[in-house]
Design a protein around this ligand. Structure first.
Ligand code: S3P
Length: 442
């Protein structure tokens, strides 16, 4: 990862037009490496996200003896070693900024016969890992955390995991996935019940690679001891990256943008429902299914947004999109209220506080609450904001330039490359008056 602090600067005005294909889905790209590594045979992945987070997952599996070719222009070939073929890593696995890598790997490594240590950058080392360590301990794993359940994680090897029937206290696809991955190594059934639907890419991909997963309402179960068979995986464009363009085109008068080949998994579509409820003009074209995941082209035209009470049921389905949605709310007419989203406080940054601070710096009446935000939409000025090294905050404020009355300068943007390499180039080509200084990251 580049450590050069990058600044993004956006001049006011402009519109988004033409066609854009944003990079591959981050969640699916991680899982393709993990499950491809555990499969028997060679898994070929296309559309892979060459972002820093997914590269950290590749590096971790290489360190455990898996041969992985690429990525080159989104193409990766993974020489699977089978469920029991991973080798002990010689050093701690450094997962950079990537919470998904750490939580899913924690589950997967809990069932290995060897010890391992997982660490990451300053942001990742602040994030809660007790939520995976605790249920894994119930399965018989030994996972030690630093103070307060934070990384680094020290995982003791064992062949003695047993399945559990676990009700997730928070809706988290990462915890659900970690337990299912541990469940591959457990005796008997591992069942996870979620309080609200979360992204189901792990379940879908396990099924696609021939592993039987049973789903009944909010519960998903699998039986340990099976095997995975390599298959080709095509990764659609990431709806969480498309989100910035959906908001940008909605708030910039004169916009008419086509976002191509976007993954439309029903556990990820909260952004579409919420923006439509705010009055956005979004149509889905050419709906199809690619490798077990629904895919569409999305047409978005500018419209007059209005504030809403965000439906609580949509929160887990849009959990990564709130930085962008807060910008939409700031540009909308009237008040937007978000509740039930305390999870935002433990993402790559405290996304409630950091977004409220940034919006206030631009003159927006944004009031943070313990579990959400109240935003009075209307005019927005220019100014300087700090993304706190959070990729999605940086990209959200870049789109704010389409509504602002002055130049917006965004500091600490180097981590944009964790999920969206090429963001500045792609956004500029679509019509955003954006430039980057001092780092490839942006
Ligand atoms: C992810 C799940 C979500 C999301 C994260 C990616 C995944 O986190 O915020 O960016 O790939 O499983 P939680 O499951 O913790 O909500």
């Amino acid at each position: 990862m580049t450590n050069i602090p990058a600044t993004i600067r956006v001049q006011p005005g402009g519109a988004l037009t033409g066609r854009v294909r944003v990079p591959g889905d981050k969640s699916i790209s991680h899982r393709a490496i993990m499950l491809g590594a555990l499969a028997e045979g060679i898994t070929t992945v296309t559309g892979f996200l060459e972002g820093e987070d997914c590269l950290a997952t590749i590096a971790a599996f290489r360190a455990m003896g898996v041969e992985i070719e690429g990525p080159r222009e989104g193409l990766v070939r993974i020489h699977g070693v089978g469920v029991h073929g991973l080798m002990p890593p010689r050093e701690p696995l450094d997962l950079g900024n990537s919470g998904t890598s750490m939580r899913l790997l924690c589950g997967l490594l809990a069932g290995q016969p060897f010890d391992s240590v997982l660490t990451g950058d300053a942001s990742l080392r602040k994030r809660p890992m007790g939520r995976v360590a605790e249920p894994l301990r119930l399965m018989g794993a030994t996972v030690e955390t630093a103070e307060g359940g934070r990384p680094p994680l020290a995982i003791r090897g064992t062949r003695m995991l047993h399945g559990i029937d676990y009700r997730l206290p928070v809706a988290s696809a990462q915890v659900k996935s970690a337990l299912l991955l541990a469940g591959l190594y457990a005796h008997g059934y591992t069942c996870v019940t979620e309080p609200a639907p979360t992204r189901d890419h792990t379940e879908r991909m396990l099924g696609g690679l021939g592993y039987s997963v049973e789903r009944a309402g909010p519960q998903v179960c699998l039986h340990g001891g099976g095997h995975l068979v390599a298959a080709d995986i095509e990764v659609p464009a990431d709806i969480s990256s498309a989100a910035f363009f959906l908001v940008g085109a909605s708030i910039a008068p004169g916009s008419n943008l086509l976002l191509e080949h976007v993954g439309m998994n029903p556990t990820r579509t909260g952004i579409i429902h919420i923006l439509r409820e705010m009055g956005a003009d979004i149509s889905l074209e050419n709906e199809r299914e690619v490798g077990g995941e629904p895919v569409v082209d999305i047409r978005v035209r500018s419209s007059r947004l209005h504030g809403i009470h965000i439906p609580p049921g949509q929160v887990p389905l849009a959990i990564d999109e709130f930085p962008a949605l807060f910008v939409a709310a700031a540009a909308a007419e009237g008040r937007t209220v978000l509740t039930g989203a305390e999870e935002l406080r433990v993402k790559e940054s405290d996304r409630i506080q950091v977004m409220a601070d940034g919006l206030q710096a631009l003159g927006v009446a944004a009031t943070p609450t313990p579990d959400g935000m109240i935003i009075e939409g209307g005019a927005m000025g220019g100014g300087e904001v700090d993304s706190h090294g959070d990729h999605r905050i940086a990209m959200a404020f870049a789109m704010a330039g389409l509504h602002a009355g002055g130049t917006i300068t965004i500091r600490n943007c180097e981590n944009v490359a964790t999920s969206f390499p090429g963001f500045v180039r792609i956004a500029a080509a679509a019509g955003l008056a954006v430039t980057a200084e001092g780092g490839e990251g942006a």
